[in-house]
Design a protein around this ligand. Structure first.
Ligand code: ADE
Length: 256
């Protein structure tokens, strides 16, 4: 088999409760309960090496705030990596370092394409920073990918890690019951999704578009595609440049 059945996430954090509580509900929690995902937190504070259990210190050269020290982060990483090594050896796989994602506003900006690439991994480690950041030396040693979830600054890497775990998890086979929906949604081909309607046929005087009630499958597909293109042109023209349109569609857009 190419890919193992289960995808294993390890989240290295000072706030394990925040992450586990955020990810053990709804679709992701259910998928973990069904064994499709394993989401484990590693509390960096458990690897503090002094009696005060502190994991931060002042930055050399001065500057605002505190830094997370290298050693507790490294030991937390080693705990996760050792578990991954043991499991992989058990499967007779050759030794390969796991990917470690460090959440940081300095990273490459996360998108669906990156999520699809990461979803191919069997194990992923996320490193959540706090305070003013982490000693650069441990980052150099363990981090394979630096990722930002957008151009704004959060207080820590936990929410970004949760955003990434959620996005990647829904791409794991079986997590969404409806396999088509992961594919046909917004961004899959860089087009936004068309509007959708459910009962009743008239609500607050607004009718559901006639074509959707027509039962004419080809017309419905054509309408959905046109709506997607229209929406993308109006709301995210930057995406439109990167999506695969037919020559006919390009002409149609040109006339709008
Ligand atoms: N940590 C703080 N801000 C962040 C962001 N925008 N993305 C990822 N990690 C972060």
């Amino acid at each position: 088999i190419g890919r193992a059945e289960r995808m294993n996430f390890y989240i290295l954090t000072l706030f394990p409760d925040m992450v586990s509580q955020g990810l053990n509900t709804s679709i992701i929690g259910r998928a973990a309960g069904r064994g499709l995902l394993s989401i484990r937190t590693v509390n960096i504070r458990d690897y503090a090496f002094n009696k005060h259990q502190s994991v931060d210190d002042y930055p050399y050269g001065g500057g605002a705030g505190m830094l997370m020290q290298a050693e507790p982060v490294y030991l937390a990483y080693e705990a996760a990596a050792a578990e991954i090594r043991t499991r992989r050896q058990g499967c007779g796989e050759q030794e390969r370092k796991p990917r470690v994602v460090y959440l940081s506003p300095q990273g490459a900006v996360f998108n669906q394409c990156m999520a699809e690439e990461l979803a191919k991994e069997e194990d992923l480690i996320f490193l959540c920073g706090h305070y003013e950041g982490i000693d650069e030396r441990v980052l150099e040693e363990i981090v394979t990918d630096q990722v930002s979830i957008g151009d704004y600054v959060l207080t820590g890497g936990e929410l970004p890690a949760m955003v990434m775990v959620d996005t990647i998890s829904r791409l794991v086979p079986g997590v969404l019951h409806n396999d088509v929906s992961a594919e046909s949604e917004s961004f899959q081909d860089n087009l936004l999704e068309h509007p959708q309607y459910s009962r009743p046929e008239v609500w607050h005087g607004k009718r559901v578009p006639e074509v959707l009630l027509s039962g004419h499958h080809a017309n419905i597909l054509k309408w959905k595609r046109e709506q997607s293109i229209l929406r993308t042109k109006e709301r995210r023209p930057d995406l439109l440049e990167r999506c695969a349109l037919t020559e006919q569609e390009k002409v149609w857009i040109g006339k709008m």
